[in-house]
Design a protein around this ligand. Structure first.
Ligand code: DGI
Ligand code: FE
Ligand code: FE
Length: 403
């Protein structure tokens, strides 16, 4: 994967940001742009601002169904002043990009770049790409960089904030999802209009009726923000794995975005929903009902959301524990859930999929076996009682039975 990083305050995200990310992908052939909201920018301080969670939420709501754009919240989790030099090192460690990372800078920041913390080190780590943000003529910069031939979209976050505060027109300068959050939460001094009507996914009428878009909105509405961000990382990685192993990557994205949809249900509800699949509740499940969030999630998807695709339902059903009978999509989802790029404590080499391209089902089984045995080893270390289906799957792997 060729990766570019686009940092900023995203306060709020506006169409210019997303336009730049998109232009970078088509202009320079990146596979992906990581959007990295700063916790606190070294240069922008003060001003009563929305919380980092608000800024993340606006971003999360703005890019449904687009697996080329990733949100990485490492700077917010790190807290303190956000320095790009630290972020780049962290991204190398967790994403293992192909070749060098690129760092996209707006031309409004480019002149200041030499003042950034350890800018020399940044230059040694990443290729700088300067994008037009202002309408000024292209300038010369005293460091190696390439210039992007994009149209300047003359929108800035400061301008959006000002328009909102002044009660002027601002709504269509930002993506629909961000607009809904600004309105619901009354950000930037907008009068608070309360939550959206229950059951109506925010922004859905703008985004259209696509199943992925609708389910992504539903996941965003029902999950906590951090659980949603995890789900999105899982969606993107499952889609990647599907592509690598010759499966339907849209099914992979969908399975990933909904896989934890049962995560926040209470124990009673988990048991009630899980029972609708008519299988017994095993001893280990009875003892630890949270293990049922896959089964319960699959029941919700079927009964409440009308999803009938057996592979997707099974993948969600088995994503926590595995089972003795997993199809390829279930394996891909299981893998992604355990090692997605924001999960901490994953040995980086496990995320290296080079060498698996085009290896088909055999390759998938090899990777799945590796991740599954690692996970079981961890569960044993934690002295968890192993779920019965987990043991069946383990036995299959150990005996070399592919499925
Ligand atoms: O839902 P996520 O947090 O993304 O991940 P997950 O669905 O894999 O759930 C992880 C939890 O499930 C973690 O707390 C360990 C637990 N777990 C998974 N398999 C087993 C298990 N716990 C027990 N006791 N036995 C299992 O076989
Ligand atoms: Fe889960
Ligand atoms: Fe998960």
């Amino acid at each position: 994967m060729k990766l570019a990083v686009l940092g900023g305050s995203f306060n709020p995200v506006h169409l210019g940001h997303l336009y730049l990310a998109d232009a970078a992908i088509s202009g320079f052939g990146f596979d992906r742009v990581l959007l990295v909201p700063a916790f606190r920018s070294p240069f922008k301080q003060g001003a009563a601002a929305p919380s980092p969670q608000d800024r993340l939420a606006m971003l999360a709501a703005s890019i449904p169904g687009d697996p080329r754009l990733l949100i990485d919240d490492c700077e917010i989790r790190r807290e303190g002043v956000s320095y790009t030099v630290d972020t780049l090192a962290d991204i190398y460690r967790r994403y293992l990009p192909e070749g060098r990372l690129a760092l996209i800078l707006g031309d409004d920041l480019a002149r200041d770049f030499p003042r950034w913390k350890k800018s020399d080190q940044i230059l040694s780590m990443a290729d700088i790409i300067i994008a037009r943000r202002t309408l000024a003529d292209t300038a010369e910069y005293p460091y190696p960089c390439r210039q992007m031939q994009n149209e300047a979209v003359g929108i800035s976050s400061a301008q959006v904030r000002e328009l909102i505060a002044q009660g002027k027109h601002w709504r269509y300068l930002v993506p629909a999802g961000a607009r809904t959050i600004i309105e619901e939460r009354g950000l930037y001094g907008l009068p608070d209009s309360g939550p959206a009507e229950d059951g109506v996914p925010a922004g859905d009428f703008v985004s259209g009726p696509g199943l992925i878009i609708r389910m992504e909105a539903e996941a965003r509405r029902t999950l906590t923000l951090s659980r949603f961000l995890h789900s999105r990382q899982v969606a993107v990685m499952t889609a990647d794995l599907c592509r690598i192993f010759g499966l339907d990557s849209r099914a992979g994205y969908l399975a990933g975005i909904v896989h934890d949809i049962g995560k926040h249900l209470g124990d009673e509800e988990l048991v009630r929903l899980a029972k609708t699949d008519r299988l017994p509740i095993s001893a280990v499940e009875k003892q630890k009902p949270s293990l049922l969030h896959g089964r319960a999630g699959a029941a919700l998807l079927k009964n409440q959301y009308g999803i009938r695709d057996r592979d997707i339902l099974d993948a969600v059903r088995f994503h926590t524990t595995g089972s003795g009978s997993m199809g390829p999509l279930a394996k891909a989802l299981y893998i992604a859930d355990k090692i997605e790029s924001s999960r901490e404590g994953v040995e980086p080499g496990l995320r290296d999929f080079r060498g698996y391209e085009g290896t088909g089902e055999q390759g998938l089984d090899r990777l799945f076996g590796k991740i599954f045995t690692e996970t079981v080893a961890w569960l044993r270390l934690k002295k968890f009682d192993l779920y019965e289906g987990t043991l069946r799957q383990l036995e299959r792997i150990e005996r070399g039975v592919p499925r």
